[in-house]
Design a protein around this ligand. Structure first.
Ligand code: ZDP
Length: 375
C-alpha cells in the first residue's frame, strides 16, 4: 500500500492513489480509527489529514475524499486539493496547464497546475446562507451570518461562511496576542455551529493584506487552511475590511485569494510540495487495503466490471431509454431473438404475405358473430 506525503504551506496530507480501486462499503469513513492512527505524529505517519483519490461517481475526472486527523470526514480541503493536483501530476507526468475536474462533497472543484509549480484552484462560490454553512447565527446586515458570541468570559464578533465546509471568522486587532488554543477549541464546538467549525482569527494589515491564525475542525492549530483563507477573504470583503482580492499570510506562508465578481467564484493560488513517498507497513497496510476491493497498485489492470448476476435484472424502461445498456440482462431479449429467427430465412415477399395474412385474420376476428378471439 503506497502513499505519498505532500504539504501546502505546512498543512500536510497523506495521499493515496485509489483511482483504479473500488470502495467496499464506506471505506475510511467507516474506520475513523484508521485515519487517526495514520495521522498520529508519533504512533503513525503524521499528517493533518488523509486524502483519497477515488474514481468519480459522475462526469468529473476523479473524486476526492478528505479525512481529518481526528477521523472525521470533511467536505472540502483547499490546501489538500492543491496537494492532490501536484500528486496526480507527479504520478501521471503532467505539466503546467494541466487541470482536473474533481468531485468533492462541496461540488466540482477545479485545480490547475501553474508554471512555477504552484496550483490555482477555482473553489466555486461561497455558501452564505446560515443553513448552508451550517450555522445558527442569523443573516446579518453585511450579507452573511453574523453575531456576538460569549467565549471565555468575553464577547467576540463572529462571521460565518462556508466553502463546502463550515468556517467561523473572527476579526481581531492583533492575532498574535490571543490564545488560539482556548478560543479555537471553544468556537469549534460552539452550539451555533451544529457541524462544528474551522476557526480563523484575522487581522487586517491593509485592504489587500490580511494575517490569520487557524484552528481547524478535527485537527487543531494548523499552519494553513485553504478553504479557511477563502472564507476569511469573503467575510472580510463583505464586512468592508478588505478588497475582493488580497494576500493572506498564514503561519505556513501566504495564499493569494480573489473573489471574482462576475462568476462569484473564489480563486485560490498557492504552493504544494512533495515531501516523501512511502509504503505502509503491517498491520496498517492490510487494514487500509481491506477497505477497497482492488489494491492501489498502478501495475494492476482496473477492476473488472461487476458480472450480470451481481448487477441483477435491468429495468429497460428507465435504464435503456437511450438504447440497450446491457443486452445480456435484457428481459425482452428472448422475444427479440424469436423475431430475429423469424426474419432470418424469409424473403421480403414472405414477410409481406405474413403481414397481410395476420392483418386479415385480425380484421376477421373483430367482426361480430364470425368467430375469432373473444367472439
Ligand atoms: O473542514 C474541516 O474539517 C477541515 N479541517 C478540513 C481541512 C481544511 C484544510 N485545512 C484546507 O486547507 O481547506 C485542509
Amino acid at each position: 500500500m503506497e502513499f505519498s506525503k505532500y504539504q501546502g504551506l505546512g498543512n500536510d496530507f497523506l495521499l493515496f492513489d485509489l483511482r483504479r480501486a473500488r470502495l467496499t462499503g464506506d471505506g475510511l469513513a467507516a474506520e475513523p480509527d484508521l485515519a487517526r492512527r495514520l495521522c498520529h505524529r508519533r504512533f503513525g505517519v503524521g499528517a493533518d489529514g488523509v486524502i483519497l483519490a477515488l474514481p468519480s461517481q459522475g462526469p468529473a475526472e476523479l473524486r476526492m475524499r478528505i479525512f481529518n486527523a481526528d477521523g472525521s470526514e470533511a467536505e472540502m480541503c483547499g490546501n489538500g486539493i492543491r496537494c492532490l493536483a501536484r500528486f496526480l501530476a507527479d504520478r501521471d507526468g503532467d505539466g503546467p496547464g494541466r487541470s482536473w475536474e474533481v468531485e468533492t462533497a462541496a461540488g466540482l472543484i477545479l485545480p490547475e497546475l501553474l508554471a512555477d509549480g504552484g496550483v490555482r484552484v477555482d473553489m466555486g462560490s461561497p455558501f452564505l446562507e446560515p443553513d448552508t454553512v451550517p450555522t445558527q447565527l442569523p443573516m446579518g446586515p453585511a450579507g452573511l451570518p453574523q453575531g456576538e458570541l460569549d467565549v471565555m468570559g468575553q464577547t467576540w464578533g463572529v462571521a460565518a461562511a462556508g466553502m463546502g465546509n463550515p468556517h467561523a471568522v473572527v476579526p481581531v486587532p492583533d492575532v498574535a496576542a490571543l490564545d488560539l488554543e482556548a478560543l479555537g477549541s471553544a468556537l469549534e464546538v460552539h452550539p451555533m455551529f451544529p457541524a462544528r467549525a474551522n476557526v480563523h482569527l484575522v487581522q487586517v494589515l491593509s485592504p489587500t493584506h490580511l494575517v490569520m491564525r487557524v484552528w481547524e475542525r478535527g485537527a487543531g492549530p494548523t499552519l494553513a487552511c485553504g478553504t479557511g483563507a477563502c472564507a476569511t477573504l469573503v467575510a472580510c470583503h463583505l464586512l468592508g475590511l478588505s478588497e475582493r482580492q488580497a494576500r493572506l499570510d498564514l503561519p505556513g506562508g501566504p495564499l493569494l485569494i480573489s473573489w471574482d465578481e462576475q462568476s462569484g467564484h473564489v480563486l485560490m493560488e498557492g504552493p504544494a510540495e512533495p515531501v516523501f513517498h512511502g509504503v505502509l507497513a503491517e498491520p496498517l497496510a492490510s487494514e487500509l487495503a481491506a477497505l477497497f476491493s482492488t489494491p492501489a497498485s498502478p501495475d494492476l489492470p482496473p477492476p473488472s466490471p461487476p458480472s450480470q448476476e451481481e448487477l441483477g435484472p435491468i429495468d429497460c424502461a428507465t435504464a435503456c431509454a437511450q438504447g440497450c445498456q446491457r443486452p445480456q440482462a435484457c428481459p425482452s431479449a428472448e422475444a427479440r431473438a424469436k423475431v430475429a429467427a423469424l426474419l432470418e430465412g424469409r424473403s421480403l415477399d414472405d414477410l409481406v404475405r405474413l403481414a397481410n395474412d395476420s392483418l386479415e385474420s385480425r380484421l376477421l376476428g373483430r367482426r361480430p358473430g364470425e368467430g375469432g378471439p373473444g367472439a
